[in-house]
Design a protein around this ligand. Structure first.
Ligand SMILES: [Fe+2]
Ligand SMILES: [Fe+2]
Length: 257
């Protein structure tokens, strides 16, 4: 083990306790700029490592938080959808529409993930309303509408962008382009990610069976989507959705069941 000590004659005495010998070194040799450079490089490497570790930790935390919320959303979904695959398909379809609309890949991925949580607020709706086969009474409709607010409340506390986007989608996925939806938001005032998720959600509900309805054939669902262009849905998104270039992806998704 080496120890350093300043001598009066501007030299440094290095004692090596293990080897039982002493070296005398001019001060200039152990204060050279090259050692300073090595120190700076080491500090940069250390900082980079710490930043990488902090980033990895934040990612782990975000993944864990998202997985927990996804599980909650899936549980909410199981109650009126036997397979629980609705949220997965809506996410996939929303991602496909976002890509077809030309959004950057990172944003498409964010939308794909966030859209899966759109109905998480259904966890707060009682079975006698959520599973009711017939028409809902006025009070039951009001209670059912509350799933958007409830969902946004569950998600809004998160600091992670994907969950913040999910909160926005949960809050507004029942808005309509013409302003006749839950909160009267209309047109481009409805965030694009929400408009995309809404289209994906409605299409998936139409084409799959629920406790209260049968699945519609694909061609019927496409006619319905077209008829809602400019009413329920953003006309530009409907155009993309119905375009020939989009249909192969749509058929592929439908074949997943
Ligand atoms: Fe909903
Ligand atoms: Fe849904």
């Amino acid at each position: 083990m080496q120890t350093l000590a300043q001598s009066p004659a501007n030299v440094t005495v290095i004692s090596d306790a293990d080897k039982n010998e002493t070296l005398i070194m001019p001060e200039s040799l152990h204060t050279t700029p090259s050692i300073q450079i090595v120190d700076d490089q080491a500090a940069n490497v250390l900082n980079g490592t710490l930043e990488a570790k902090a980033g990895a930790r934040a990612q782990e935390l975000e993944d864990a938080q998202f997985e927990m919320l996804e599980e909650l959303a899936r549980n909410a979904e199981f109650r009126d959808n036997d397979t629980g695959q609705h949220i997965e398909r809506v996410g996939q379809l929303a991602g496909l529409v976002a890509r077809a609309a030309g959004l950057p890949e990172q944003r498409c991925e964010l939308i794909r993930q966030a859209a899966k949580l759109h109905d998480i607020g259904k966890i707060g709706i009682p079975d006698n309303i959520l599973l009711k086969p017939g028409k809902l009474l006025a009070g039951e409709v009001a209670r059912m509408r509350f799933h958007t607010i409830w969902g946004a409340k569950i998600l809004a506390a998160s600091r992670f962008p994907v969950i913040q986007l999910a909160a926005e989608i949960a809050m507004h996925h029942h808005e309509r382009w013409d302003g006749t939806g839950y909160n009267g938001m209309s047109g481009e005032r409805i965030p694009l990610a929400v408009r995309i998720a809404t289209l994906a959600d409605v299409f998936d509900v139409l084409t799959h069976a629920r406790t209260y309805k049968n699945a519609w054939p694909l061609e019927y669902a496409l006619v319905e989507i077209k008829s809602q262009s400019g009413r329920r849905f953003d006309p530009e998104l409907v155009e993309i959705f119905l375009s020939d270039r989009f249909q192969p992806g749509l058929s592929c998704l439908q074949s997943l069941g």
